[in-house]
Write a protein of this length. Structure first.
Lengths: 114, 116
């Protein structure tokens, strides 16, 4: 079983839709959760960073962490064609573990149609 | 502008050759990382370095080597011992893994290596 599972998609939505992207994980030691956006042939760009459980909002993006279910989500409101990219989730454990190790999902490819 | 630069953007290698990928950062970050990305797979850690003159193997270090002689530079050499080197290589950095709460990793634009 992989440490982090992410549906590869592709996910195709019309412009303006609400998008929900998700990852599940197996290691209860994970405390730091990140979402990256990666355009084709580019490096990943950090979108959201959260610690432990709860919600974090930044503009049209909301990151949600449910540690009891080992489930994280990224919501995109009013999606735009420019949001078309691959979204990677990533997570790591606390300082008592090897927190140099980041665990990445395989990425979900999103296509927002005009 | 602060950031991470990688060069070259595209690199072609013949079988049996060693090649070196460059990674430079001017963010004054302590830690630097090398990942490999293959289609349909998550990023896999090759090597990381927390401080100058120190580095550690990641999950897939075989066939790769690194050095960290300067804080801002972390070059990766792909040796002829790497059996399947064609991939997208990403360098990343992080301010200070020893700081409580610092866990944000920033990536460079990547180098696409193709073995001919």
């Amino acid at each position: 079983q992989k440490e982090v599972e992410q549906d590869p998609g592709p996910l195709s939505v019309p412009e303006g839709a609400i998008v929900s992207l998700n990852c599940t994980y197996s290691n209860s030691a994970f405390q730091y959760f990140m979402w990256y956006r990666q355009y084709s042939r580019k490096g990943p760009e950090l979108l959201m960073y959260t610690y432990s459980s709860g919600n974090k909002e930044d503009g049209r993006f909301t990151a949600q962490v449910d540690k009891s279910s080992k489930y994280i989500s990224l919501f995109i409101r009013d999606s735009q064609p420019s949001d078309s990219a691959t979204y990677l989730c990533a997570m790591s454990a606390g300082r008592e573990y090897n927190f140099n190790k980041f665990y990445f999902g395989s990425g979900t490819k999103l296509n927002v149609k005009p | 502008d602060g950031g991470i630069t990688q060069s070259p953007k595209y690199l072609f290698r013949k079988e049996g050759q060693n090649v070196t990928l460059s990674c430079e950062q001017n963010l004054n970050h302590d830690a630097m990382y090398w990942y490999r990305q293959d289609p349909g797979q998550g990023l896999r850690l090759i090597y990381y370095s927390q401080i100058v003159n120190d580095f550690q193997k990641g999950d897939i270090a075989e066939g790769y080597s690194v050095s960290r002689e300067k804080k801002e530079s972390f070059p990766l050499t792909v040796t002829s011992a790497q059996k399947n080197p064609t991939a997208f290589y990403l360098c990343a950095s992080r301010l200070n893994p020893g700081l409580a709460g610092d866990n944000e990793q920033f990536f460079g634009p990547g180098t696409r290596l193709t073995v001919l």
